[in-house]
Design a binder for this molecule. Structure first.
Ligand code: SF4
Ligand code: SF4
Length: 126
C-alpha cells in the first residue's frame, strides 16, 4: 500500500512516492517567492560552506524586507537556483527552507485543492 501523509485540518493527503517521477514541479514552473529567514540563511550558508554575504549575493535577492531564493529562466519556465535538473532534486535538501519542507501543507492551499492538484501530482483525496 502507498504511504500517504496527512495533516490535521487539511482536506487532502500527500503521497511522497510521486516525487520520484514528478520532475520537481514544486521547484520549477511558474515564478514564485521562496522566502528564507535569518536562521535558514545561516543553515544554508553552513551547508554550502560559504559566508552569508556570498549566499545573499549569489543565491538570494531582496523582496521587500525579506530575502527570497533566486530563480533561473529555462525555456520560458522558471526554476529555483538550487534545483538540480540532472539529479532531479534539491542541492540543499538537508538545509532547505521551511517553506519547502512544509509543502504541500500550506494554509494557502487549504481551500485551493484543485489548484494544488495541478501543481503537485502527489495530492490525493482522503
Ligand atoms: S510537486 Fe509534489 S510530487 Fe512533485 S516533487 Fe513537489 S512535492 Fe513531490
Ligand atoms: S530550495 Fe530546494 S526544495 Fe526549495 S524550491 Fe529550491 S530546489 Fe526546491
Amino acid at each position: 500500500m502507498q504511504n500517504i501523509v496527512t495533516k490535521e485540518g487539511f482536506p487532502y493527503g500527500f503521497m511522497p512516492s510521486a516525487c520520484a517521477t514528478c520532475g520537481g514541479k514544486c521547484c520549477t514552473g511558474e515564478s514564485g517567492y521562496i522566502h528564507v529567514n535569518k536562521t535558514e540563511m545561516e543553515r544554508i550558508a553552513a551547508f554550502l560552506n560559504i559566508d552569508i554575504e556570498t549566499l545573499k549575493s549569489d543565491y538570494l535577492y531582496k523582496h521587500g524586507y525579506k530575502y527570497s531564493i533566486k530563480e533561473r529562466e529555462v525555456e520560458g519556465s522558471f526554476e529555483c537556483v538550487f534545483y538540480d535538473a540532472k539529479q532531479d532534486g534539491c542541492m540543499i535538501y538537508a538545509a532547505r527552507p521551511v517553506q519547502c519542507r512544509t509543502f504541500p501543507f500550506w494554509e494557502y492551499y487549504k481551500n485551493r485543492v484543485d489548484e494544488l492538484k495541478n501543481e503537485c501530482p502527489g495530492i490525493v483525496d482522503v
